[in-house]
Design a protein around this ligand. Structure first.
Ligand SMILES: Nc1ncnc2c1ncn2[C@@H]1O[C@H](COP(=O)(O)OP(=O)(O)O)[C@@H](O)[C@H]1O
Ligand SMILES: [Mg+2]
Length: 329
């Protein structure tokens, strides 16, 4: 049996199709990622699987239960961490857990030991009796993850689990998720618009753009299939070089940002000399060149012609700003 199966799952909001005939299968014990820019339809897709919203057409099964006809069995089988925080600030961590355990009919006699167990998993035991409004963003997320596990779900949905967190908290969350998979053999479906998160954490990913799956495979195979390499080049005149390179058709794809050009080529070592010669011939000076293997951003670009990359470094952009910034070309 598959943990998750969807058949042409579709959701319309008026004239807008937020999820367009999405079919996929997720194996038990897999960490499966939905990767795509803001507005791609990821949260809407998950909300149908969690029985929070009804599909317009198509169907889906979670652990063999139909999301329409067996919604209560589905709900018992799943845990959810929403994109928007949903913990109560005025309660302590432990009180939040107790509230949730009640909601899910966790038997009283095992409730406290389970709460301790899941708090331990996300390393929050020490802070359990503090009010949540004293928690950092990363701690809140950890509490939400702990809370979603209180009834031992078979399938866990995490909608943008590290949205807005600093890189260190993000790494922590990744570790908990990996731990969970290893210890509990739980199936995890997560959404993200962070390339790195999908790449490092997920066994397989579906890349989603404009309500449709555009590619689905392991991160490694998606990158391997693309082949080629990316040359990153900083020059005295990126605009001139990129327009001339485009004319001369010396590279497969050019992505221009303020500081650098990303040039997609089949074989960087063969192309490099020609590109350098070419730059010199039009009086463009090269400050720096690096070569790297394709990443998931390149994969996304290959299929959509656009970039998905989030804001770089530790400077955290909000989701929308990150997408806007990504659309340079
Ligand atoms: N309740 C709703 N009513 C109308 N439109 C919606 C609603 N929820 C989502 N949308 C639209 O559906 C599209 C997909 O949204 P969403 O699933 O939130 O994308 P993502 O999670 O990938 O950022 C967007 O265009 C969004 O504006
Ligand atoms: Mg979303």
């Amino acid at each position: 049996m598959k943990a998750i199966e969807t058949f042409n799952l579709t959701k319309n909001f008026g004239n807008l199709t937020a999820v367009d005939e999405v079919s996929l299968e997720v194996d038990q014990g897999e960490i499966f990622g939905l990767l795509g820019p803001n507005g791609a339809g990821k949260s809407t897709f998950i909300s149908m699987l969690c029985t929070i919203s009804n599909p317009t057409s198509g169907s889906a099964k979670i652990e063999g239960y139909d999301i329409k006809n067996e919604a209560s069995d589905v709900r018992r089988s799943i845990g959810i961490v929403f994109q928007d925080p949903s913990i109560d600030d005025r309660l302590t961590g432990r009180e939040n857990m107790e509230l949730h355990a009640d909601l899910y009919d966790v038997p009283r006699d095992v409730m406290h030991s389970r709460i301790d167990e899941v708090l331990h998993l996300v390393e929050l035991e020490d802070r359990a009796s503090s009010f949540v409004n004293t928690y950092s963003g990363g701690m809140r997320r950890r509490l939400e993850i702990a809370r979603s596990l209180i009834h031992y779900p078979k399938v866990l949905f995490l909608d943008e689990p590290t949205l807005g967190l600093d890189p260190q908290s993000r790494e922590h969350i990744w570790n908990y998720i990996r731990d969970l998979k290893r210890r509990e053999n739980i199936t995890i479906m997560l959404t993200t618009h962070y390339m790195e998160e999908a790449d490092k954490l997920c066994d397989r990913i579906a890349i989603i753009d404009q309500s449709k799956i555009i590619a689905l495979d392991t991160p490694q195979r998606l990158k391997d299939e693309l082949g080629g390499e990316t040359i990153i080049i900083e020059t005295s005149d990126n605009d001139l070089l990129s327009s001339k390179l485009e004319e001369a058709k010396l590279v497969d794809n050019i992505l221009k940002s303020e500081a650098e050009l990303n040039l997609r080529v089949k074989n960087a070592h063969k192309s490099l000399a020609r590109i350098v010669e070419f730059a010199v011939s039009i009086d463009v000076y090269i400050d720096n060149i690096t070569i790297r293997e394709p990443d998931l951003n390149d994969v996304f670009m290959h299929y959509t012609g656009r970039e998905i990359r989030e804001g770089g470094g530790s400077k955290e952009l909000s989701g929308m700003a990150a997408v806007m910034r990504g659309r340079i070309k």
